[in-house]
Every structure is written in structure tokens, then in C-alpha cells.
Design a protein around this ligand. Structure first.
Ligand code: MN
Length: 283
């Protein structure tokens, strides 16, 4: 049986980041605007791991922590609103800022000013942009999710493995691979997930909690899309629909519909939460 091993090319950065995390006594964690399952899952995983190591750690995001992923955070009080006086105090007292799932200055919004003076660690799997955040970094676009890189760090530290850390990394990989459907669901991604399951993550429970329920607003959006369905051919698609012209009170915020899609049976069109119904992208 093949087990997961951190890719050789990643090892020195993994160790450098591990050492910085282990040296911290008070850390603040952040991710990109409109956190997704990878950003929020990694924050939940890392905050538990740091605290299990005796490091005080807090999550301070540029936009509100998504409700859908709050269950991953061991204690709700560890999430602090960026505009609050407490956030300012915590950043003033911190010795380390950890930026997860982005490495670009504009992507962390107002948190940039809070952590400007702090030593910074970046862990990210996106292609580098033109406004990189400085400091120590572990960046690898070959990783399926930031959760995979975080797993490398915890592996290099030989744990500990709090259950909330395992679940956070699982949620990160689950969501960034679209439920293991995308091409980034690599053998490496599956091996990491196999390790997480072997350590106690319940895949059925995680699927239920992440995908098993959706806000009613999403279904209203779907109703809107389907009642405006046109079978007029466009770009080879069997049908299309247009998004609401103006966001009514029922229209969900962008963060709750991003990444939500399905394929109507017998159709190649994709019903996509954000832009309603569109032809699938060219492959
Ligand atoms: Mn990601």
C-alpha cells in the first residue's frame, strides 16, 4: 500500500514554516476575502494545532467567517471580527501572522494593515501573482489545496493531530477538489485524505455537514434560473438562463452560492449558483 509522502521539492519550505509556527507564542491566522472551504478549513485546522502546542491563536479574516464552515472551528471565540478593537489588540500582541490560501496583498483586504508589522508566514497553492505577501512562504501550485500543504507541515511536526485539525484539512481538500471531481484530485490528494480517514475523519459525516444542507436562498435562485430557462441554442449549449437583474432580498450573498452547481439530467448545461445557468466551459 502506498502511503503519502511530502514531495521532495517542498520539504525545505515545509520545515521552515513548521519551525516558524513552533516558535510562535501568539499567532493570528487569516485567509482571502470571502473565505472558502480551503481557507476556512485550514484556519480551523491550524488554530487547533497551534493551541494544542500551547500557542495562543486567533482567526481574523477580511470578511465574515462563513457560517457553513463554523462547525470546523473548535471554539467560536477564536474567530475575531477584523474591525473590532480586540482584533487590533491581538495583532499588536502577536508575534506571527499566518496567511492561508492566498499569497497576494489585495486578497487579504483590511487585514493587511493589521498585520503589516508582523513576521509573516504564507501557505498557499495558487499561481503567484504580482503583489506577493513577503515573509516565509510555502507555495506550491501542484498541491490540490492549501489543506494538502498544511498536512505536510503537521506531518513534519509529527502532530499533534486534534480531531478538528483533521476535519479542517479534510474539508479543505474536499471542497477545493469539488468533492474529488476535479483534475486536482490527484493521487497525492487521495493519499492525504486516506491518512485523514485512517486517523478518524468520517467521510460521510463530513459530506453531510459540508454538502448535506444548503440555504433556502440557493433553491430560490435555482427556481429563478429554471423558470427563465431558454432552450435557445447558444455556444452549442442546449439551454441557458440569466441571473437576477437586481439582487432581491432573497438573493444569497456571493459567498454562499460560489462553487454550487449541478448538471440538469439530459443537458450539458451547467446550473451554477453565481451566474445561474450557463453553457459549460470549453474543454
Ligand atoms: Mn484553495
Amino acid at each position: 500500500m502506498s502511503v503519502y509522502r511530502t514531495p521532495e521539492a517542498r520539504l525545505s519550505s515545509v520545515r521552515e514554516v513548521r519551525n516558524a509556527l513552533l516558535a510562535s507564542r501568539r499567532a493570528v491566522l487569516t485567509t482571502h476575502l470571502n473565505a472558502d472551504g480551503d481557507g476556512a478549513g485550514c484556519e480551523a485546522a491550524l488554530v487547533s494545532w497551534l493551541r494544542a502546542n500551547g500557542t495562543e491563536a486567533w482567526i481574523i479574516n477580511p470578511t465574515v467567517f462563513p457560517d457553513a464552515y463554523r462547525f470546523l472551528v473548535e471554539h467560536s471565540g477564536w474567530v475575531v471580527e477584523a474591525g473590532s478593537p480586540l482584533a487590533q489588540d491581538l495583532c499588536d500582541q502577536a508575534d506571527l501572522a499566518v496567511v492561508l490560501d492566498t499569497g497576494e496583498v489585495p486578497r487579504i483586504g483590511r487585514v493587511r494593515n493589521l498585520i503589516r508589522e508582523l513576521k509573516t508566514v504564507v501557505v498557499d497553492h495558487h499561481q503567484p501573482g504580482d503583489q506577493p505577501i513577503g515573509g516565509i512562504s510555502l507555495r506550491d501550485p501542484d498541491a490540490c489545496a492549501t489543506g494538502e500543504l498544511l498536512f505536510d507541515i503537521l506531518l513534519a511536526a509529527k502532530g499533534p493531530w486534534p480531531v478538528t485539525s483533521l476535519q479542517g484539512m479534510y474539508a479543505a481538500i474536499l471542497t477545493d477538489t469539488g468533492g474529488f471531481r476535479f483534475s486536482n484530485a490527484t493521487p497525492g490528494a487521495h493519499r492525504v485524505v486516506a491518512e485523514l480517514i485512517a486517523m478518524g475523519v468520517d467521510p460521510e459525516e463530513m459530506h453531510e455537514r459540508v454538502y448535506g444542507a444548503a440555504p433556502l436562498k440557493r433553491y430560490r435562485l435555482l427556481r429563478h434560473a429554471l423558470t427563465r430557462w431558454s432552450s435557445t441554442r447558444r455556444r452549442g449549449s442546449p439551454g441557458w438562463s440569466s441571473p437576477p437583474k437586481r439582487s432581491g432580498s432573497w438573493a444569497p450573498p456571493r459567498t454562499t452560492w460560489k462553487g454550487w452547481w449541478t448538471y440538469p439530467e439530459g443537458s450539458k448545461a451547467r446550473v451554477w449558483g453565481y451566474s445561474s445557468v450557463r453553457p459549460p466551459p470549453a474543454r
